[in-house]
Unconditional design. Structure first.
Length: 302
C-alpha cells in the first residue's frame, strides 16, 4: 500500500474508531488494514493507535499525525481539482444525507439533471430525520432545515422557506380557531423533536415586527415529518411546517391554515459539510446545483 492510501486508511480508522469498518469501507481485508498501519507506525517510528476490545483511538502522536493527514489530503484534492477538466467534470462517490422531504420533494425529482451534468459521479443518499455524525459516518454533505449549531461544519444557506400553521377542521371545530398568536397558548400542538434532543421545537411568528416563540402544550410528539403531518390530519393538534409541504393538504381541505395574517420568520435550509472536505469538487458542484434548485423554488435565501 502506498503512502497516500495508508494515510487515507489511517484517517478513516481514526474517524470511525474501527479497523474493521474502515477496511470494509475501502474494500480491504482487515488483515491488510492492520498490516498497513503496522508498516506506517514502523516507518514513522511511533505508535499511532491505541487498540482496546471496544474501540480504536489515536495516541497523542496519532492525533497530531491525523490532523496533518487531513490537511495534506485536502491540499492534494485541491491541487487535483484545480485542473480544469477535473473541476468541471468531477469523478468518484459523493455521500449525502438529506431529510426525507428534501430528498423526495426537491432533490430526487430532478436528480437526472444532476446526472446529465456530472455523468462520472456516483451518489449514495441516505435520508430521514435523525442527526448524523458526518465525519464518523463518512458523509460528505447534508442538507438540513433550521439554524446550524455545529461550528465544526461549513454551512451554506440555500433558502428560507415560508411556513404555515394549520390543523384539521375537526380539531378547530373542537378547540376553536385562534385569532391572534397569543391564542396559541390555549391550544394543543403536535410536538416535533429531533433524535437525540429531548425538547420540542416552538412555533414562531412575527408579532409587532419582532419574531416571537410559542411553546404549546400537547399530548403527542413525533420525530418524523410524515408522522407530523398525519397526526395533524387526525386532529391531534396544530402544526407548523414549510408551506410547500402542506399546500396540497390545504388545497384538499384535510388541513386548514390559521393565523395567516401573521408571517413566520421562515425556516432556513443549509448545506453543511466538514471543513476538511470543503475543497472537494464533488461537494462543490452538488452544493452549487442544490443552491440553484432551492433558489428556483423559494427565491434568494436572504
Amino acid at each position: 500500500m502506498d503512502r497516500l492510501d495508508a494515510m487515507r486508511l489511517f484517517t478513516r480508522i481514526v474517524e470511525l474508531g474501527s479497523f474493521s469498518r474502515a477496511a470494509d469501507e475501502r474494500g480491504l481485508p482487515r488483515a491488510t488494514a492492520t498490516y498497513a498501519i503496522k508498516e506506517l507506525e514502523a516507518r514513522l517510528g511511533t505508535r499511532l493507535l491505541e487498540r482496546t476490545t471496544r474501540q480504536v483511538r489515536p495516541t497523542l502522536d496519532g492525533h497530531a499525525y491525523y490532523e496533518r493527514c487531513v490537511h495534506l489530503l485536502a491540499e492534494l484534492e485541491d491541487a487535483e481539482s484545480a485542473l480544469g477538466h477535473t473541476a468541471a467534470n468531477p469523478r468518484g462517490t459523493l455521500r449525502l444525507d438529506l431529510h426525507g422531504a428534501h430528498a423526495t420533494h426537491i432533490v430526487l425529482p430532478r436528480i437526472n439533471e444532476f446526472r446529465a451534468r456530472y455523468p462520472h459521479m456516483e451518489l449514495k443518499i441516505s435520508s430521514g430525520d435523525r442527526l448524523v455524525d458526518l465525519v464518523r459516518e463518512g458523509i460528505d454533505c447534508v442538507i438540513r432545515a433550521g439554524t446550524p449549531k455545529d461550528s465544526s461544519l461549513v454551512a451554506r444557506r440555500l433558502a428560507v422557506m415560508p411556513e404555515a400553521i394549520c390543523a384539521s377542521a375537526d380539531y378547530l371545530a373542537r378547540h376553536g380557531v385562534p385569532s391572534h398568536p397569543d391564542d396559541l397558548l390555549r391550544h394543543q400542538a403536535v410536538g416535533f423533536f429531533a433524535s437525540g434532543r429531548d425538547s420540542t421545537y416552538p412555533f414562531e411568528l412575527v408579532v409587532d415586527g419582532q419574531p416571537r416563540e410559542y411553546q404549546l402544550a400537547g399530548w403527542l410528539s413525533v420525530n418524523d415529518a410524515s408522522s407530523y403531518l398525519v397526526a395533524a390530519q387526525q386532529g391531534c393538534g396544530l402544526i407548523q411546517l414549510p408551506r410547500y409541504r402542506v399546500q396540497e393538504h390545504l388545497d384538499d381541505g384535510s388541513l386548514v391554515e390559521v393565523l395567516a395574517s401573521w408571517h413566520s420568520p421562515g425556516l432556513p435550509v443549509s448545506a453543511m459539510y466538514p471543513y476538511h472536505r470543503q475543497l472537494s469538487p464533488r461537494v462543490r458542484v452538488f452544493v452549487d446545483w442544490a443552491a440553484m434548485l432551492y433558489r428556483e423554488k423559494f427565491g434568494e435565501p436572504g
